[in-house]
Design a protein around this ligand. Structure first.
Ligand code: AMP
Ligand code: DBH
Length: 580
C-alpha cells in the first residue's frame, strides 16, 4: 500500500499479468438500418448533437448557473456549468496523458458524488465511453463489465458504504488484460492500492480542444446496463444521436427549465436518473442537479428543503417510504412540484397517496435502458396518472402487443394484455457483443422483446400488468433469475437451483431460491447459502431474500425446471402458513 499523496508517479499503471489492446467498440454493435437512420434524421429526432455539444450548449447559455450540488470525498461541492466544464476538460487531458484514448471503454463505478458528473463529461470530452456500473455492484459484476467491454480503466471511490471499492477495483484490474488504470475519487490522504491514481492528480489546465469535440454523433457514446434475463447483465450501446433525442424530448415532456432543481435520489448512473429526464435533461435545460448520497427520506427531505428541489425521481418502495415520512417531517417540502415514480409498477393505491402527502404532482415513468420510455403527462387527468404508466416519448415509437403464447407473435385485440415489443428512434437494435442473445431478444425486423406484459387503454396509455421474462423486479432493482442460480450452483453441495420472485408488500417482489442439495451429504443451511452468494462478490440486492432446501423441482413436459410451478407451489405454501 502506498500513500497517494506521496506518489506523484502519474504514469503508474496497475500491473496485470498480460496486457492486451481493446478491440474497437463498433465490432460488437448492431447498427440502425440506414433507411431507419435516415428517417429519424429527416423527422428531426436525430440532430447530430453529441455529448460534448450538450455541455457546450449549457456553458454558452447558462455558464454561471449552478449545474451540480453534492458531497464527495472533498466535501460539499457546488459547480456552475463553466466550472463543471473546466473540470471535465482538465480531467480529460489528464486521462489522455495516461493513454486513455477516444473509443476506449472506462467502467464508471461511482456513488452519487459530484465527481461522477465530472468524470462522465471528461470521458465524453475525450471521446471515451463510460460503462455505467451501479455502486451496489461488486467484484463479480465489475470484472464482467471490464472484461466484456474490454475496458481500459476503472474509475471508482475509496471506501464507501463499508466497502473498499478502490481495493476491489485494483484486484479486478490485475486480472483483466485490457485494464491499465484504476482512478479513485478520494481525498489526498486516502490509502490507495498500489498503482491507483487519484482523480485530483489527473486534473490539468483545461485545454481548448479535445478529441470528443469531433465525435461522430451516430457512434456509440457509452454502454448502459440492463437488468438482464439470462446470466449476467447485458451491455447496451447507445449513440449520441439516439440518446440525446430521448433526453431533449424528455426534458420537454417534463417541463424542465433553468429553474429546475432535480434531486438525483436513485443511483446517478441508472438510466432513469440519467435520462428520464434525469441529470442530462437538466443539463439540456440549464437547471441544477442535486446528488443525494442516499435515497432515504431524512437525507432527501433535508436536501429538498435546503436546495428548493422542484423535481425528484424514485422507485415505488421509496415513494411509499417518502409518503409515510412526510406525515411527520419538520422539513419544508413546498418547493417539490413533481415526483416521478418508475422502475417498477406503482400501485394505484400508492399513486393516490403521493400528491396529498408530498404536495407534488405524480408522474409515472415506465422506461428501460434499452430505449423506450413512457411518461404520464403533467396535464393528464388524475385517473390516467394514477392507473397507467403513460405513453411513449416519440410519435415514432412503434408498439406491438402480441400473444406471448403464439410463436407467430400475432397482435392481441385492442385493450387485451399481451407481450410488449417495441422499435423506434432511441431503442437499440441489439445488445453489445451478444449475437446469440440478440437472436431471441429482438425480432427479425428489429423490434425489442421487452418481456413486459402490458395493455393499451383507449387513450393510448400503457398499463404494465406483469412480465414473461425470467427476471425479478425487486423494488426497481432487476435480478436475472439465472444469474443468481449460477451463483448457487457454484456451491459444491448444490446440484440444482431455481430463483423466483414472490409478492412482497414493500418491494413489490422479493427473491426466493429453491435449492436441491447433493444427495446423501449434509445439506447447507439457508443462511450458509445466502452467505455463499454474498461472498462471491455480487450486489447485495441479488442475494436471495429467502432460501429453501427441497428434494426435487417440478419439471415441465420437456424436462426443464418449471419456475411457474415453483411459484405456484410457493404461493400455496405461503397461503397455508397464513402468510400470503
Ligand atoms: P432494464 O431493461 O434493466 O432497464 O429494466 C427495465 C424494466 O423495468 C422494464 O422492462 C420493466 O420490466 C421494468 N419497469 C420500469 N419502469 C416500470 C414501471 N413504471 N412499471 C412497471 N415496470 C417498470
Ligand atoms: O427501470 C428502468 O430501467 C427505467 C425506469 C424509468 C428506465 O430505464 C428509465 C425510466 O429510463
Amino acid at each position: 500500500m502506498t500513500r497517494s499523496a506521496a506518489e506523484p508517479a502519474l504514469t503508474s499503471t496497475v500491473t496485470s499479468a498480460v496486457t492486451r489492446e481493446p478491440r474497437p467498440v463498433a465490432e460488437g454493435v448492431v447498427p440502425y438500418p440506414p433507411e431507419a437512420a435516415e428517417r429519424y434524421r429527416a423527422a428531426g429526432y436525430w440532430t447530430g448533437q453529441t455529448f460534448a455539444d450538450l455541455l457546450d450548449g449549457a456553458v454558452a447559455r447558462h455558464g454561471d448557473r449552478t449545474a451540480v450540488v453534492g458531497t464527495g470525498p472533498s466535501g460539499e461541492q457546488r459547480w456552475t456549468y463553466a466550472e463543471l466544464d473546466a473540470r471535465a476538460r482538465g480531467l480529460a487531458a489528464g486521462l489522455a496523458e495516461q493513454g486513455v484514448a477516444p473509443g476506449d471503454r472506462v467502467v464508471v463505478w461511482l456513488p452519487n458524488v459530484p465527481e461522477y458528473v465530472e468524470v462522465v463529461f471528461a470521458l465524453f470530452r475525450l471521446g471515451a465511453l463510460p460503462v455505467f456500473a451501479l455502486p451496489a455492484h461488486r467484484a463479480s459484476e465489475i470484472r464482467y463489465f471490464a472484461e466484456h467491454a474490454e475496458a481500459r480503466a476503472i474509475v471508482t471511490v475509496g471506501r464507501h458504504d463499508r466497502f473498499d471499492h478502490a481495493a476491489a477495483a485494483a484486484q479486478i484490474a490485475a486480472g483483466v488484460p485490457t485494464v491499465r488504470h484504476v482512478v479513485v475519487a478520494a481525498s489526498a490522504d486516502t490509502e490507495l492500492p498500489g498503482g491507483a491514481l487519484t482523480l485530483s492528480s489527473l486534473r490539468r489546465t483545461p485545454p481548448d480542444t479535445l478529441p470528443g469535440d469531433d465525435a461522430d454523433p451516430a457512434s456509440v457514446a457509452f454502454l448502459q446496463l440492463s437488468g438482464g434475463t439470462t446470466g449476467l447483465p447485458k451491455l447496451i450501446p447507445r449513440t449520441h444521436d439516439d440518446y440525446l433525442y430521448s433526453v431533449r424530448a424528455s426534458a420537454e415532456i417534463c417541463g424542465l427549465s433553468p429553474a429546475t432543481v432535480y434531486l438525483a435520489a436513485l443511483p446517478a448512473s441508472h438510466n432513469f436518473t440519467m435520462s428520464s429526464p434525469g441529470l442530462l435533461g437538466v443539463v439540456h435545460a440549464g437547471g441544477t442537479t442535486v446528488l443525494a448520497p442516499s435515497p432515504d427520506p431524512d437525507t432527501c427531505f433535508r436536501l429538498i428543503e435546503a436546495e428548493r428541489v422542484t423535481l425528484a425521481a424514485v422507485v415505488p418502495p421509496l415513494a411509499a417510504a417518502w409518503v409515510q415520512a412526510a406525515e411527520r417531517t419538520p422539513r419544508d417540502l413546498s418547493s417539490l412540484e413533481v415526483l416521478q415514480v418508475g422502475g417498477a409498477k406503482c400501485a394505484p393505491e400508492l399513486a393516490r397517496k403521493i400528491p396529498p402527502a408530498l404536495g407534488a404532482r405524480l408522474q409515472q415513468v415506465f422506461g428501460m435502458a434499452e430505449g423506450l420510455v413512457n411518461y404520464t403527462r403533467l396535464d393528464d387527468p388524475e385517473d390516467v396518472v394514477r392507473e397507467t404508466q403513460g405513453r411513449p416519448i416519440s410519435p415514432d415509437d412503434e408498439i406491438r402487443v402480441v400473444d406471448p403464447d403464439d410463436a407467430g407473435e400475432r397482435e392481441v385485440a385492442p385493450g387485451e394484455v399481451g407481450a410488449l415489443l417495441t422499435r423506434g428512434p432511441y431503442t437499440i437494435r441489439g445488445y453489445y457483443r451478444a449475437d446469440e442473445h440478440n437472436a431471441s431478444a429482438f425480432t427479425e425486423d428489429g423490434f425489442y422483446r421487452t418481456g413486459d406484459l402490458v395493455r393499451i387503454t383507449d387513450h393510448g396509455d400503457v398499463v404494465v400488468s406483469g412480465r414473461v421474462k425470467e427476471q425479478i423486479n425487486r423494488g426497481g432493482e432487476k435480478i436475472a433469475a439465472e444469474e443468481v442460480e449460477n451463483h448457487l450452483l457454484a456451491h459444491p453441495d448444490v446440484v440444482d437451483a431455481a430463483v423466483v420472485g414472490v409478492p412482497d408488500d414493500f418491494l413489490g417482489e422479493r427473491t426466493h431460491a429453491f435449492v436441491v442439495p447433493v444427495p446423501e451429504r449434509e445439506a447447507p443451511t439457508p443462511a450458509a447459502l445466502r452467505r455463499f452468494v454474498r461472498d462471491r462478490g455480487v450486489a447485495a440486492y441479488k442475494v436471495p431474500d429467502t432460501v429453501e432446501v427441497v428434494e426435487a423441482f417440478p419439471v415441465t413436459g420437456v424436462g426443464k425446471t418449471s419456475r411457474r410451478a415453483l411459484r405456484t407451489a410457493l404461493a400455496e405454501h405461503l397461503t397455508a402458513e397464513g402468510n400470503p
